[in-house]
Write a protein that binds this ligand. Sequence first.
Ligand SMILES: O=C(O)CCC(=O)C(=O)O
Ligand SMILES: [Mn+2]
Length: 154
Amino acid sequence: MSVKMTSAGRLGWISDRRGYRYEARHPDGMAWPPIPDSILALWREVTALDRQPDCCLINYYGEDARMGLHQDKDEGDFDWPVVSVSLGDDGLFRIGGTERGGSTESVWLQSGDVVVMGGAARLAYHGVDRIRFGSSRLLPDGGRINITLRVVDL
Ligand SMILES: O=C(O)CCC(=O)C(=O)O
Ligand SMILES: [Mn+2]
């Protein structure tokens, strides 16, 4: 995996030899930090939901990082939307339908862009093909941060 990740919120998303899953604790044993209020306010603004997300996944993409096409489907209830925020360098985001191998379209996400995957798009295949390293000055050492908010409902 080329993307570095950590989490905030009640549950964090981890990957180890046993696979991927949500866990209430960091692998080192500590609870995840709370999701910042500004991020929760953004969630409320774009979803109009009272329910808060359980997980705030924080992905860091360095120069050669990418994320293959996948569906977000480890949550208990796909009625809740997924909200994702892009910060720093531009990222080439690819999104298709709900069948693997279907047609896809690509869009360069810029710092501050917010993607909401809800309704019919909640289970759309998506990924990040590459980033334009150094295209933003937000992060002193370059790279892209993506923040993904999900209701996990465990
Ligand atoms: O970096 C992105 O824009 C997408 C991240 C993503 O799809 C994920 O973490 O599941
Ligand atoms: Mn995803």
